[in-house]
Write a new protein. Structure first.
Length: 146
């Protein structure tokens, strides 16, 4: 029997969070945190809703996951994010010591790689999971804004 709990499986859940954000006027980025094949946090950008520039999907997911496990470090956890983290979120992910980051679309303008950000040296990084779908929702959102 095939394992259904693949990176694509969890990224689709992150994409559903991004779609929810889109429908609510938020930049459509979703995030899901998984520990032992169990979702312990799922959220999306809330910067408009909360009028808070720090309310990115990753920050919301880190806080929710930390509350779920009762500790500040996300060791043995994977975070799935539809878009490459910005420098602020990369810093938060660094401090959370998350074991693995999986993201869909790259952000060639504000992503942590472009801005010189760093992640924890023990963090595994996987990029390009469902990249076309993750990129398409961002493009659609910003085309509608213009």
């Amino acid at each position: 029997m095939d394992d259904i709990f693949t990176d694509e499986y969890y990224m689709r859940i992150a994409l559903s969070e991004a779609k929810f954000a889109f429908e609510n006027g938020e930049i459509p980025i979703g995030a899901v945190v998984v520990a032992n094949n169990r979702i312990i946090a799922k959220t999306h950008n809330l910067t408009e809703t909360l009028t808070d520039v720090t309310a990115h999907a990753e920050i919301q997911a880190i806080s929710s996951a930390a509350n779920s496990i009762g500790g500040k470090y996300l060791k043995n956890c994977t975070i799935y994010i539809t878009v490459e983290p910005c420098q602020m979120c990369a810093g938060a992910l660094y401090w959370s010591q998350v074991s693995k980051i999986v993201y869909g679309a790259s952000d060639n303008k504000r992503g942590y790689t472009e801005m010189g950000g760093k992640l924890h040296p023990k963090t595994e990084i996987i990029t390009g999971v469902l990249e076309a779908e993750c990129s398409a929702i961002m493009k659609e959102f910003f085309q509608k804004k213009r």
